[in-house]
Structure formats: structure tokens, C-alpha cells
Ligand binder design. Sequence first.
Ligand SMILES: [Fe+2]
Ligand SMILES: [Fe+2]
Length: 276
Amino acid sequence: MSRALLIAQISDPHLKAGGKFSYGVVDTLSALQRMVAHLNASLPRPDIVVVSGDLVDFGRADEYAVLAPVLGQLAMPFYLVPGNHDDREQMLAAFGGQSCLPVISGTLDWVEDAWPVRLIGLDSTIPGAHGGQVSDAQLEWLDQRLGERPDTPTVLILHHPPFITGIGHMDREPFVNAAALERVVAGHPQVERLLCGHLHRPIQRRFGGSLVNVCPGTSHQIVLDLQEDAPAHFGLEPAGYLLHSWHPQQGLVTHAGVIGNYPGPYPFYDDQGLID
Ligand SMILES: [Fe+2]
Ligand SMILES: [Fe+2]
């Protein structure tokens, strides 16, 4: 492959039905539409989009019915994992068995081998709870899948970051068995990344010899406040996404982008050289 494979990651669209705004103030539908338009217009255009959970706000069928046609506007294949705001059964009813969610029952774990980077989706949700986990059965499944293709660069996509972030209100329900997941990842050095959401802001941490990238939200962002008693607040900082670029010689390089109109671009140089 001469050019890079571009994997765009978006997260936490939290779509609602009936034109409702999330928490009364966030127009999540327009935000996702802007993101889809941005990705479609990007040059070079991403080859794949992965959506790292909290697809809708209350896991309702009418919310997935709003989501499906918006994602259907993407000009490239996309892949889904659930978040704590999703509902497995409703998500299966909307997308199960399709290329974006190649499972039809159970936990929503899947493998996609169609690309130079192997994609593994993990369902880190606990029905009815805010926090995350991957069960022993899922870990065994993951270990087996990773053992199948040890030489193929692989990314894991799961909603919940498996570590304490320092944003207190999001850490109150920590990832249940993060240490067990870390041991599995450590046994398979082809795991280039774990791609997560849930925190609605960009965060990085090493994990089992690999790296976790947490993606910004497509609409609202969680306030960066590391005080122990930080309130559960969000804000409307610029929405963002991650662009993971894979090249066999360069490895997996991750860029963070934002959505919106800002001044520029301006040149550094004119015909006299660096502009004074
Ligand atoms: Fe979320
Ligand atoms: Fe979440």
C-alpha cells in the first residue's frame, strides 16, 4: 500500500428524536450532520469511520431511526460500538447484521478483517450502568481473536477508557476489570491502539504496551476540571474528532481535528521568505 489508510474516529453523538436538544441546549443532530459533511469533504477523504459509542441519548428506537440516515450520508464504510447511553437490543434492531455492526445477538463484539488495519469492536457496556467492563468471556474471545493474526496491526474500539482519567464525576464508576484487559493487550503487541469515547474530550494514556486514545465528542465536551469535587459539567468547546493514519513504514499516527469556522489559513512565507 503506497498511501496511508485513514481511519476517522468520531464519538458520543448522543442523538435525540423529535428535534429535542440534549440537556435542553445541545443540538446533537446538527452537530453530527456537520461532522459527516466535514468528513465527506476532507482531502484526502478518510477510508473508514469508527463511532466509539453513545450513539444516541436514551437507547430508544426512535433515536436510532434519526441516527441511521445521518450515518448513511457518510461516503465511506463506518463501524459502531455501543456506549452506556445505547441499548443493545435497540441497536441490534437498527443495525445488527449490517456491515457497520456485524453481529446479530449477545454482546456487540465484532472483528473486521477487510482493511490493512484489523478492527475489533468491543462492547464495554454494563446494561443500566454508567461505567464499563469487558467480561471474562469477552476477554477470552478477544485473546483468541488477537492470537489468530499476531502480525496484523490491530485497533480495539470500545466506549469506556479503561483507566482513571482524573475527571472525578466520570471516574466514580471505574472500568471494572481494566487490569485483566490490560494483561490481554500486553500479550499481543500488534495492538496499535485502543480507541475510546465516553469522556467527550481528547485524552491519551499508555495501556498494556499500547496506547489509549480518547476521542472528543461530536457535539458537547466534558469540562476539563481535575479538582476532586469537580461538578458534572459539559460545555460547547469546539467539537472534534481523531484521524488515525496507518502506513506500514510510518506506523499509526493520530491527529486531532476540530469542527467549525476559524480565521485562516494564513501563509508563513511570502516571496521574500518568512513573513516578518
Ligand atoms: Fe457520551
Ligand atoms: Fe458514555
